[in-house]
Design a protein around this ligand. Structure first.
Ligand SMILES: Cc1ncc(COP(=O)(O)O)c(C=O)c1O
Length: 344
């Protein structure tokens, strides 16, 4: 099968350096972290990783979390509570929505990437809340489009709101040294993951020293969970050695994604506003997405059908993702199959 549903954008999950890093750390530190870091203390590889991340992200500090889902679910309730207001992009990931629900803050969603709508909500409601949190993603997981981070930073400053950006699908792929689109931008809190572009598992929060100290003591996902296994840290360190050197792979990946988008659009199908390695074919009805996905599967191509509630009603799609290991021949075969299936 050719996999067009993987988030291993740089092909690092099977890279020999990550396997060696994990093996080496396993031999040196063991298979497990044995307890929460707050209870048991740190292996130095955790604090080394956090220092390294802060330098690469251009933030004052960083904190490693066990997964992106866990980070969002416990970070947001640490930042806001009942009596706060959260303004979230309508297409934010489920983990963000769950975190907001758990926080018991008031939630208002702004239309996807519509910063005029966000501004309207800020103007109408900012006076009534002592704390406001704006949440968005730098690359949207199901649409493959991006947010306007400069405008978001400007709005958050003007209305004294905190800005949280999820970089799950940008980490490894975009920005300075591939470390995300928030690099060099004045974003208060950044969450990024190691399980997609970095080929391993886990997540980080990049933030100020003060916020890191606060999260260590108030972020339940950090406090009440066994830390990541050391072999995972070994793989992450190895990925961070490689990612800054992978400009060629990133440029191949984005070139191929553009080629795929052009091909899909030529067939007469919509790729929405995708401008990244995530290329949805938005077909509308659930059965159309399922039938395209099943047709591709029969031709030995994995391309997941994504349906409501993961995406909005009437916007079912086949979500294609490319990695730098795909080549033009594979994309040509995919396009040929899509063309044939869309006619049948
Ligand atoms: C935007 C976004 N945030 C967070 C997550 C969760 O990350 P993880 O897979 O590390 O739990 C995902 C993964 O699906 C995601 O797409």
């Amino acid at each position: 099968m050719t996999n067009f549903s993987s988030n291993d954008y740089l092909g690092l999950a099977s890279h020999p350096a990550l396997i060696e890093g994990a093996t080496h750390y396993m031999a040196r530190y063991g298979a497990g972290a044995t307890a929460s870091r707050l209870v048991c203390g740190n292996f130095p590889c955790f604090t080394d990783l956090e220092r390294r991340l802060a330098v690469m992200k251009g933030s004052e500090s960083a904190l490693v979390m066990n997964s992106g889902f866990q980070a969002n679910v416990s970070l947001i309730p640490a930042l806001v509570s009942q009596g706060s207001l959260v303004l979230a992009d309508r297409l934010c990931h489920n983990s963000i929505n769950q975190g907001i629900l758990l926080s018991r803050a008031r939630l208002m969603r702004f239309r996807h990437n519509d910063l005029d709508h966000l501004k309207e909500l800020l103007t109408a409601h900012s006076q009534a809340y002592a704390r406001i949190l704006i949440v968005t993603e730098s690359v949207f997981s199901m649409d493959g489009d991006r947010s306007d981070l400069d405008a978001l930073v400007e709005l958050s400053r003007r209305y004294h709101a905190l800005l949280l950006v999820d970089e799950a699908h940008a980490t490894g792929v975009f920005g300075h040294q591939g470390m995300g689109l928030t690099c060099g931008k004045d974003v208060d809190v950044v969450m990024g993951t190691f399980g997609k572009g970095l080929g391993s598992f886990g997540a980080y929060v990049a933030c100020s020293n003060e916020l890191r100290e606060y999260l260590i003591n108030f972020c339940s996902g950090f406090i009440y969970s066994t830390a990541l296994p050391p072999p995972v840290l070994g793989a992450i360190h190895a990925a961070l050695d490689l990612v800054p050197t992978m400009d060629q792979e990133r440029s191949h990946l984005q070139g191929l994604a553009q080629y795929l988008r052009d091909g899909v659009q030529e067939i007469g199908l919509s790729t929405g506003n995708s401008s990244t390695q995530i290329v949805p074919i938005i077909v509308g009805e659930d059965h159309a997405a399922l039938s395209l996905s099943q047709g591709l599967f029969k031709q030995k191509m994995v391309a997941a059908a994504i349906r409501p509630p993961t995406v909005e009603n009437g916007k079912a799609r086949v979500r294609l993702t490319l990695t730098c290991q795909h080549d033009k021949d594979q994309v040509d075969r995919l396009l040929h199959a899509i063309r044939t299936l869309s006619k049948s």
